[in-house]
Design a protein around this ligand. Structure first.
Ligand code: GLU
Length: 498
């Protein structure tokens, strides 16, 4: 029987989740659900200096908002907890010691001053200092010192770290589902610290131990972790454990030019890079994006379905997603395309739902209207909207008479004779019993014909006085909605004012 797929999203709580981190979470979620597996959230908080209050809650809220909740994690304990590394810290040292016993890791007592000095000396010679096979015997560690000296140093409480003894002269073959085979010469690797003098594991050790203990089958993470793959692969070998499969996702690139998308790009371009607002940075949620749109555009950042289809629900993504269709090269972030996704998702929402959202905005503005009325308004203007927050500007005239008239339009449409024509229009409107769009249209058209007037003399100024501008949907629909009395009132006000 095939083992159950288990993936994890393993953020460090050092701040808000960046859009790239959210995409990593999404791809993990999609892969898990596609394969009937588990999606685990693990908080990698071994670096207490970089811990940021509220970051974990933020991450959890962001995942929930997107509709991609985890199956196991903090506050949702499963069989492999705890899920915060800070709560597992007593566990890691024994693993580091196991490697020391196997002669695959060693104690190192070099002070940071001494290491700094080595770095400087190397720099002065135009070289880079790497702590590994070529110089480890000249440094202060359990490979260069006698057993007695080592015991002594530990007994007297001298600070030490545990370093991985990376192999000399080996060709290491790494496997990545997206990138294929990668060959590495182990001579370029340094002896990374696994266990720190403060009694905490480094990212590398904790990450490998936890992935193993949590029975993670696939590690799906950002490309920035690809350089760690060699060490991770060596660690699995050293422990004698089966390694999970790896997939490193392509970077998310700036909208223009080269380089990784940053918070500054968002500030400069006026678009969010965080799912939810964090401090002064507006999030996608607060900017008015639907979570469906965010999930949709994120999925297509670096993954392609192999068809022309662009709009995907989460369920469809789960059905179609495969790691094999993730691209190797960076994915350009396109804020305009993101808006387009929201516009598309807005059209897919029911008028009922949109009306409810719009009602909240109207409420905040102190505008009151019947739900059924709001729904009709929404139905006639939503086509032009990208966000619910666009609704008001597109439809204010449905809720209040114009307070001013577009000047240019007045110049063009309000001519000699117009007030008289408009006056007559009020009489015509008055005569309509069943005041309904097609009926109004029919009556006005018949009257225009009878009077041998032109459409251009009647319709544009009529729109101007009803709407205050030349915008909006079918004019007779607008009049139908605002009603006979209000339509006549607006025409009369304009005649008095213009
Ligand atoms: N804690 C790492 C991060 O912040 C996890 C990397 C990984 O998935 O291995 O992204």
């Amino acid at each position: 029987m095939r083992e159950k797929v288990r993936v994890r999203f393993a953020p460090s709580p050092t701040g808000p989740l960046h859009i790239g981190g959210l995409r990593t979470a999404l791809f993990n979620y999609l892969f898990a659900k596609k394969n009937g597996g588990d999606f685990v959230l693990r908080i990698e908080d071994t670096d207490q200096n970089r811990f940021v209050e509220g970051a974990e809650e933020y991450i959890i809220e962001a995942l929930n908002w997107c509709g991609i909740p985890f199956d196991e994690g903090p506050v949702k304990e499963g069989d492999f907890g705890p899920y915060r590394q800070s709560e597992r810290k007593q566990l890691y040292k024994s693993y580091a010691l196991k490697l020391v016993e196997k002669d695959m890791a060693y104690y190192a007592f070099d002070t940071s001053e001494a290491l700094d000095q080595h770095r400087k000396d190397h720099e002065a010679k135009g070289k880079t200092f790497i702590y590994n096979w070529h110089n480890r015997l000249k440094l202060t560690n359990s490979l260069s010192l006698s057993n007695e000296e080592v015991k002594d140093k530990i007994a007297t409480g001298e600070d030490y770290v545990i370093r991985f003894k990376s192999p000399e002269n080996e060709e290491l073959v790494l496997n990545d589902i997206i990138r294929g085979e990668i060959k590495i010469d182990t001579n370029i690797l340094d002896d990374k610290v696994l266990f720190k003098s403060d009694g905490m594991p480094t990212y590398h050790l904790a990450n490998i131990v936890d992935d193993h203990l949590m029975q993670i089958t696939h590690v799906i993470r950002g490309e920035e972790w690809l350089p760690s793959l060699a060490l991770h692969t060596l660690l699995y070998k050293a422990f004698g454990w089966d390694a999970p499969e790896f997939a490193h996702l392509p970077l998310i690139m700036k909208p223009v030019g080269k380089g990784k998308l940053s918070k500054r790009d968002g500030e400069k371009g006026g678009f969010p890079v965080f799912p939810l607002t964090w401090n002064q940075s507006e999030g996608y949620r607060e900017a008015g994006f639907f979570p469906e749109a965010v999930v949709n555009f994120l999925a297509l950042l670096g993954w392609n379905p192999g068809t022309e289809q662009e709009i995907f629900s989460l369920e469809e993504l789960v059905d179609t997603f495969t790691l094999e269709r993730v691209n190797k090269s960076g994915a350009r972030f396109d804020p305009e395309k993101n808006n387009w996704y929201n516009q598309q998702w807005l059209q897919l929402k029911s008028d009922e739902v949109l009306a409810r959202l719009f009602a909240e905005e109207l409420d905040a503005k102190g505008v009151s209207a019947e739900q059924s009325y709001i729904k009709q308004v929404v139905s006639s203007i939503k086509e032009r909207a990208t966000f619910v927050k666009d609704f008001w500007e597109l439809s204010d005239y449905f809720f209040q008479a114009p307070t001013s008239y577009n000047e240019k339009a007045v110049k063009k449409q309000w001519k000699e004779g117009t007030p008289e024509i408009m006056e007559e229009v009020t009489t015509v409107l008055q005569s309509i019993q069943d005041f309904e769009s097609s009926k109004i249209e029919e009556t006005i058209k018949a009257w225009i014909g009878e009077k041998e007037l032109s459409f251009g003399k009647v319709m544009p100024p009529l729109r101007l006085v009803i709407v205050g501008d030349m915008k909006g949907p079918h004019l007779f629909d607008i009049m139908d909605l605002i009603g006979k009395e209000e339509s006549i009132k607006r025409i009369k006000t304009a005649i008095a004012q213009l």
